[in-house]
Design a protein around this ligand. Structure first.
Ligand SMILES: C[S@@+](CC[C@H](N)C(=O)[O-])C[C@H]1O[C@@H](n2cnc3c(N)ncnc32)[C@H](O)[C@@H]1O
Length: 344
Protein backbone atom coordinates (compact mmCIF):
# COMPACT_ATOMS: atom_id res chain seq x y z
CA UNK A 1 0.00 0.00 0.00
CA UNK A 2 1.44 3.38 -0.89
CA UNK A 3 1.62 6.14 1.74
CA UNK A 4 -1.25 8.65 1.47
CA UNK A 5 1.02 11.70 1.70
CA UNK A 6 4.33 11.71 -0.17
CA UNK A 7 7.38 13.92 0.28
CA UNK A 8 9.73 14.80 -2.57
CA UNK A 9 13.19 15.23 -1.10
CA UNK A 10 14.90 18.54 -1.87
CA UNK A 11 18.57 18.71 -2.95
CA UNK A 12 18.92 14.96 -2.50
CA UNK A 13 22.15 14.25 -4.36
CA UNK A 14 23.74 17.58 -3.41
CA UNK A 15 23.05 17.06 0.31
CA UNK A 16 24.44 13.51 0.40
CA UNK A 17 27.51 14.42 -1.66
CA UNK A 18 28.20 17.32 0.71
CA UNK A 19 27.58 15.31 3.88
CA UNK A 20 29.51 12.15 3.11
CA UNK A 21 33.18 12.18 4.04
CA UNK A 22 33.63 8.51 4.92
CA UNK A 23 31.43 5.45 4.27
CA UNK A 24 32.27 4.11 7.76
CA UNK A 25 30.97 7.08 9.77
CA UNK A 26 28.07 7.69 12.12
CA UNK A 27 25.76 10.30 10.57
CA UNK A 28 22.76 12.06 12.04
CA UNK A 29 19.71 12.98 9.98
CA UNK A 30 18.04 15.42 12.38
CA UNK A 31 14.89 15.80 10.22
CA UNK A 32 13.93 12.32 8.97
CA UNK A 33 10.57 13.33 7.38
CA UNK A 34 9.91 10.38 5.09
CA UNK A 35 13.58 9.44 4.95
CA UNK A 36 14.54 10.54 1.45
CA UNK A 37 17.95 11.74 2.60
CA UNK A 38 18.43 8.99 5.20
CA UNK A 39 17.76 6.17 2.70
CA UNK A 40 20.13 7.69 0.11
CA UNK A 41 22.79 8.06 2.77
CA UNK A 42 22.41 4.44 3.92
CA UNK A 43 22.89 3.35 0.31
CA UNK A 44 26.29 5.05 0.28
CA UNK A 45 27.58 3.76 3.65
CA UNK A 46 29.64 0.64 4.36
CA UNK A 47 28.56 -2.11 6.74
CA UNK A 48 30.30 -0.12 9.52
CA UNK A 49 28.42 3.13 8.82
CA UNK A 50 25.31 4.20 10.75
CA UNK A 51 22.44 6.62 10.34
CA UNK A 52 20.84 7.94 13.51
CA UNK A 53 17.62 9.68 12.56
CA UNK A 54 15.57 12.12 14.60
CA UNK A 55 12.14 13.63 14.01
CA UNK A 56 9.80 15.39 16.41
CA UNK A 57 6.74 14.19 14.46
CA UNK A 58 5.23 10.89 15.59
CA UNK A 59 3.97 10.27 12.03
CA UNK A 60 7.53 10.55 10.67
CA UNK A 61 8.80 8.11 13.28
CA UNK A 62 6.09 5.60 12.47
CA UNK A 63 6.76 5.97 8.74
CA UNK A 64 10.32 4.84 9.53
CA UNK A 65 9.31 1.95 11.76
CA UNK A 66 5.98 0.53 10.59
CA UNK A 67 4.61 -0.54 7.22
CA UNK A 68 6.02 -1.26 3.79
CA UNK A 69 8.10 1.93 3.62
CA UNK A 70 9.81 1.39 7.00
CA UNK A 71 13.59 1.39 7.10
CA UNK A 72 14.64 -2.19 7.84
CA UNK A 73 18.35 -1.76 8.11
CA UNK A 74 20.43 -2.68 11.16
CA UNK A 75 22.58 0.41 10.58
CA UNK A 76 19.56 2.69 11.14
CA UNK A 77 17.72 3.91 14.22
CA UNK A 78 15.18 6.69 14.77
CA UNK A 79 14.36 8.79 17.81
CA UNK A 80 11.27 10.84 18.54
CA UNK A 81 12.56 14.14 19.79
CA UNK A 82 13.86 17.50 18.58
CA UNK A 83 17.27 17.73 16.98
CA UNK A 84 17.97 20.33 19.67
CA UNK A 85 18.38 17.24 21.91
CA UNK A 86 21.00 15.74 19.62
CA UNK A 87 23.62 15.53 22.36
CA UNK A 88 21.29 13.59 24.67
CA UNK A 89 20.26 11.15 21.92
CA UNK A 90 23.88 10.39 21.09
CA UNK A 91 25.06 10.23 24.70
CA UNK A 92 22.34 7.65 25.42
CA UNK A 93 23.91 5.46 22.76
CA UNK A 94 27.47 6.06 23.87
CA UNK A 95 28.34 8.10 20.78
CA UNK A 96 30.68 11.00 21.40
CA UNK A 97 31.37 12.18 17.86
CA UNK A 98 29.75 12.02 14.47
CA UNK A 99 30.88 12.21 10.85
CA UNK A 100 28.09 14.54 9.78
CA UNK A 101 24.76 16.17 10.59
CA UNK A 102 22.01 16.93 8.11
CA UNK A 103 19.11 19.27 8.90
CA UNK A 104 16.45 19.64 6.19
CA UNK A 105 14.38 22.22 8.03
CA UNK A 106 10.73 23.09 8.11
CA UNK A 107 7.72 20.92 7.40
CA UNK A 108 7.34 17.93 5.13
CA UNK A 109 4.72 17.58 2.41
CA UNK A 110 2.85 14.92 4.44
CA UNK A 111 2.51 17.49 7.23
CA UNK A 112 1.38 20.34 4.95
CA UNK A 113 -0.97 18.19 2.87
CA UNK A 114 -2.82 16.60 5.77
CA UNK A 115 -5.70 18.95 6.71
CA UNK A 116 -5.84 17.41 10.20
CA UNK A 117 -2.40 18.88 11.00
CA UNK A 118 -3.60 22.45 10.43
CA UNK A 119 -0.49 23.75 8.63
CA UNK A 120 -2.10 24.91 5.40
CA UNK A 121 -4.62 27.58 4.42
CA UNK A 122 -5.37 25.54 1.30
CA UNK A 123 -7.49 23.07 3.28
CA UNK A 124 -9.87 23.57 6.16
CA UNK A 125 -8.91 21.74 9.34
CA UNK A 126 -8.22 22.28 13.04
CA UNK A 127 -5.69 25.07 13.57
CA UNK A 128 -3.02 22.92 15.21
CA UNK A 129 0.40 23.40 13.48
CA UNK A 130 2.41 21.41 16.02
CA UNK A 131 5.04 19.15 14.51
CA UNK A 132 5.08 17.21 17.77
CA UNK A 133 1.42 16.65 18.60
CA UNK A 134 2.31 14.92 21.88
CA UNK A 135 3.24 18.19 23.58
CA UNK A 136 3.00 21.96 23.45
CA UNK A 137 0.28 24.40 22.54
CA UNK A 138 -1.62 24.44 19.23
CA UNK A 139 -1.89 27.64 17.18
CA UNK A 140 -5.61 27.85 18.05
CA UNK A 141 -4.86 27.60 21.79
CA UNK A 142 -2.21 30.31 21.50
CA UNK A 143 -4.63 32.63 19.68
CA UNK A 144 -7.29 31.88 22.29
CA UNK A 145 -5.14 33.15 25.19
CA UNK A 146 -2.48 35.61 23.96
CA UNK A 147 -2.96 39.35 24.18
CA UNK A 148 -3.02 41.64 21.16
CA UNK A 149 0.57 42.74 21.64
CA UNK A 150 1.95 39.22 21.78
CA UNK A 151 -0.01 38.12 18.69
CA UNK A 152 1.20 41.22 16.83
CA UNK A 153 4.83 40.50 17.74
CA UNK A 154 4.62 36.87 16.60
CA UNK A 155 3.01 37.72 13.25
CA UNK A 156 5.33 40.67 12.65
CA UNK A 157 8.60 39.06 13.77
CA UNK A 158 8.15 35.54 12.38
CA UNK A 159 6.01 36.41 9.34
CA UNK A 160 7.54 39.80 8.49
CA UNK A 161 3.89 40.83 7.99
CA UNK A 162 3.20 44.57 7.62
CA UNK A 163 -0.41 44.17 8.74
CA UNK A 164 0.40 42.24 11.91
CA UNK A 165 -1.36 44.73 14.18
CA UNK A 166 -4.54 44.76 12.07
CA UNK A 167 -4.61 40.94 12.01
CA UNK A 168 -4.06 40.74 15.79
CA UNK A 169 -6.85 43.28 16.41
CA UNK A 170 -9.24 41.30 14.22
CA UNK A 171 -8.33 38.07 16.02
CA UNK A 172 -8.87 39.56 19.46
CA UNK A 173 -12.15 41.24 18.42
CA UNK A 174 -13.45 37.92 17.09
CA UNK A 175 -12.40 36.15 20.27
CA UNK A 176 -14.08 38.79 22.45
CA UNK A 177 -17.30 38.32 20.51
CA UNK A 178 -17.26 34.73 21.78
CA UNK A 179 -16.18 33.14 18.50
CA UNK A 180 -12.40 32.48 18.60
CA UNK A 181 -10.66 31.22 15.48
CA UNK A 182 -10.39 27.41 15.65
CA UNK A 183 -9.76 26.31 12.04
CA UNK A 184 -7.32 27.08 9.23
CA UNK A 185 -10.20 28.23 7.01
CA UNK A 186 -11.45 30.71 9.63
CA UNK A 187 -7.95 32.13 10.09
CA UNK A 188 -7.30 32.43 6.34
CA UNK A 189 -10.59 34.30 5.89
CA UNK A 190 -9.94 36.64 8.82
CA UNK A 191 -6.42 37.47 7.55
CA UNK A 192 -7.69 38.10 4.01
CA UNK A 193 -10.07 40.69 5.50
CA UNK A 194 -7.33 42.41 7.53
CA UNK A 195 -4.49 42.51 4.96
CA UNK A 196 -5.02 45.52 2.75
CA UNK A 197 -2.46 45.03 -0.04
CA UNK A 198 -1.86 41.71 -1.75
CA UNK A 199 1.56 40.42 -2.78
CA UNK A 200 1.60 39.05 -6.32
CA UNK A 201 1.36 35.27 -6.45
CA UNK A 202 1.02 34.94 -2.68
CA UNK A 203 -2.05 34.17 -0.58
CA UNK A 204 -2.62 36.94 1.99
CA UNK A 205 -2.49 34.30 4.76
CA UNK A 206 0.99 33.00 3.81
CA UNK A 207 2.95 35.19 6.22
CA UNK A 208 0.57 34.71 9.16
CA UNK A 209 0.59 30.92 8.77
CA UNK A 210 4.40 30.89 8.56
CA UNK A 211 4.65 33.07 11.67
CA UNK A 212 2.34 30.92 13.78
CA UNK A 213 4.07 27.73 12.68
CA UNK A 214 7.51 29.08 13.58
CA UNK A 215 6.23 30.29 16.95
CA UNK A 216 4.23 27.19 17.90
CA UNK A 217 7.21 24.94 17.13
CA UNK A 218 9.89 27.31 18.51
CA UNK A 219 11.64 26.64 15.22
CA UNK A 220 14.32 29.32 15.46
CA UNK A 221 15.28 28.50 19.05
CA UNK A 222 15.45 24.79 18.26
CA UNK A 223 17.67 25.53 15.27
CA UNK A 224 20.07 27.59 17.36
CA UNK A 225 20.27 24.82 19.95
CA UNK A 226 20.79 22.15 17.30
CA UNK A 227 23.63 24.09 15.69
CA UNK A 228 25.38 24.64 19.02
CA UNK A 229 25.03 20.95 19.86
CA UNK A 230 26.49 20.02 16.47
CA UNK A 231 29.62 22.00 17.16
CA UNK A 232 30.34 19.84 20.20
CA UNK A 233 29.68 16.55 18.39
CA UNK A 234 31.12 16.85 14.89
CA UNK A 235 34.50 15.19 14.57
CA UNK A 236 37.33 17.08 12.84
CA UNK A 237 36.62 17.04 9.11
CA UNK A 238 32.92 16.20 9.67
CA UNK A 239 30.27 18.10 7.74
CA UNK A 240 27.28 20.17 8.80
CA UNK A 241 24.65 20.42 6.04
CA UNK A 242 21.57 22.60 6.60
CA UNK A 243 18.74 23.20 4.14
CA UNK A 244 16.57 26.23 4.99
CA UNK A 245 13.29 27.33 3.44
CA UNK A 246 12.89 30.91 4.61
CA UNK A 247 15.12 33.86 5.30
CA UNK A 248 14.75 33.80 9.09
CA UNK A 249 16.21 30.30 9.42
CA UNK A 250 18.81 30.83 6.69
CA UNK A 251 19.99 33.97 8.49
CA UNK A 252 20.58 31.94 11.66
CA UNK A 253 22.56 29.28 9.78
CA UNK A 254 24.55 31.83 7.81
CA UNK A 255 25.40 33.91 10.89
CA UNK A 256 26.33 30.82 12.88
CA UNK A 257 28.69 29.52 10.19
CA UNK A 258 30.19 32.99 9.64
CA UNK A 259 30.75 33.48 13.38
CA UNK A 260 32.34 30.09 13.86
CA UNK A 261 34.48 30.46 10.71
CA UNK A 262 36.07 33.73 11.78
CA UNK A 263 39.36 34.24 13.54
CA UNK A 264 38.23 36.58 16.27
CA UNK A 265 40.58 39.30 17.43
CA UNK A 266 39.62 41.26 20.53
CA UNK A 267 40.20 44.91 19.55
CA UNK A 268 40.59 45.88 23.22
CA UNK A 269 43.36 43.30 23.63
CA UNK A 270 45.09 43.22 20.21
CA UNK A 271 48.03 41.15 21.47
CA UNK A 272 45.87 38.43 23.01
CA UNK A 273 45.93 35.15 21.07
CA UNK A 274 43.28 34.88 18.32
CA UNK A 275 40.28 32.66 18.94
CA UNK A 276 40.72 30.02 16.25
CA UNK A 277 37.73 29.03 14.17
CA UNK A 278 35.75 25.84 14.71
CA UNK A 279 34.10 25.71 11.27
CA UNK A 280 35.14 26.26 7.69
CA UNK A 281 32.38 27.41 5.31
CA UNK A 282 32.32 25.04 2.34
CA UNK A 283 29.36 25.85 0.09
CA UNK A 284 26.01 27.54 -0.42
CA UNK A 285 23.87 25.59 -2.89
CA UNK A 286 20.42 26.27 -4.37
CA UNK A 287 18.23 23.81 -6.27
CA UNK A 288 18.64 23.78 -10.04
CA UNK A 289 15.95 25.21 -12.32
CA UNK A 290 15.07 21.63 -13.29
CA UNK A 291 14.54 20.64 -9.66
CA UNK A 292 12.33 23.69 -8.99
CA UNK A 293 10.29 22.91 -12.11
CA UNK A 294 9.78 19.32 -10.96
CA UNK A 295 9.17 20.26 -7.31
CA UNK A 296 7.98 23.86 -6.77
CA UNK A 297 8.37 23.42 -2.98
CA UNK A 298 12.15 23.45 -3.57
CA UNK A 299 12.10 27.02 -4.89
CA UNK A 300 13.01 28.77 -1.64
CA UNK A 301 15.58 26.20 -0.47
CA UNK A 302 19.15 27.23 0.38
CA UNK A 303 21.65 24.63 1.53
CA UNK A 304 24.71 25.67 3.50
CA UNK A 305 27.63 23.34 4.12
CA UNK A 306 30.39 23.75 6.69
CA UNK A 307 33.23 21.52 7.85
CA UNK A 308 34.34 21.11 11.46
CA UNK A 309 37.97 22.04 12.04
CA UNK A 310 39.97 20.32 14.76
CA UNK A 311 39.81 23.32 17.13
CA UNK A 312 38.30 22.06 20.39
CA UNK A 313 36.58 19.18 18.57
CA UNK A 314 35.66 15.80 20.01
CA UNK A 315 38.74 13.69 19.20
CA UNK A 316 39.29 11.32 16.27
CA UNK A 317 38.67 11.68 12.54
CA UNK A 318 35.28 11.73 10.87
CA UNK A 319 35.14 7.94 10.70
CA UNK A 320 35.19 7.80 14.47
CA UNK A 321 31.93 6.39 15.76
CA UNK A 322 30.56 4.76 18.89
CA UNK A 323 32.66 4.71 22.02
CA UNK A 324 31.99 1.19 23.32
CA UNK A 325 32.87 1.94 26.94
CA UNK A 326 29.93 4.32 27.61
CA UNK A 327 26.76 2.68 28.88
CA UNK A 328 23.61 3.37 26.90
CA UNK A 329 20.69 4.69 28.92
CA UNK A 330 17.46 3.21 27.66
CA UNK A 331 15.22 6.24 27.88
CA UNK A 332 14.77 9.95 28.45
CA UNK A 333 16.74 11.31 25.52
CA UNK A 334 14.52 14.32 25.07
CA UNK A 335 12.38 16.69 27.06
CA UNK A 336 9.60 14.57 28.48
CA UNK A 337 8.99 10.91 28.90
CA UNK A 338 7.92 10.04 25.38
CA UNK A 339 11.00 11.64 23.85
CA UNK A 340 12.56 8.40 22.68
CA UNK A 341 9.45 6.35 22.22
CA UNK A 342 10.07 5.80 18.52
CA UNK A 343 13.56 4.49 18.95
CA UNK A 344 14.17 1.05 17.53
C1 LIG B 1 11.48 18.98 5.19
S1 LIG B 1 11.08 17.61 6.17
C2 LIG B 1 12.45 16.53 5.97
C3 LIG B 1 12.33 15.65 4.77
C4 LIG B 1 13.36 14.58 4.66
N1 LIG B 1 14.70 15.10 4.49
C5 LIG B 1 13.02 13.62 3.54
O1 LIG B 1 13.75 13.57 2.56
O2 LIG B 1 12.01 12.93 3.64
C6 LIG B 1 11.33 18.22 7.77
C7 LIG B 1 11.09 17.23 8.89
O3 LIG B 1 11.81 17.69 10.00
C8 LIG B 1 11.04 17.57 11.16
N2 LIG B 1 11.51 18.61 12.07
C9 LIG B 1 11.42 19.95 11.93
N3 LIG B 1 12.00 20.56 12.97
C10 LIG B 1 12.48 19.59 13.77
C11 LIG B 1 13.19 19.58 15.01
N4 LIG B 1 13.52 20.72 15.64
N5 LIG B 1 13.56 18.39 15.52
C12 LIG B 1 13.24 17.22 14.90
N6 LIG B 1 12.54 17.17 13.75
C13 LIG B 1 12.17 18.34 13.20
C14 LIG B 1 9.61 17.75 10.71
O4 LIG B 1 8.74 17.09 11.61
C15 LIG B 1 9.65 17.10 9.33
O5 LIG B 1 9.29 15.73 9.41
Amino acid sequence: MSAPFQHTTVLLAEAIDSLLTTPDGVYVDGTFGRGGHARALLARLSAKGRVIAIDRDVAAVSAATVGDARVSDPRFSIHHTSFANLGTVLAAQGIARIAGLLLDLGVSSPQIDDPARGFSFRFDGPLDMRMDTTRGESAADFLARADERHITEVIRDYGEERFALQIAKALVARRESGNPVRTTGELAKLVAGAVRTREAGQDPATRTFQALRIFVNAELEELEQGLSAALELLAPGARLVVISFHSLEDRIVKTFIARESRHEVDRRAPFAPEKPHRLRAVARIKPSADEVRANPRARSAIMRVAERTDVGAAGGGPSAGPLPSRPASPRGTGRGTSADEGSK
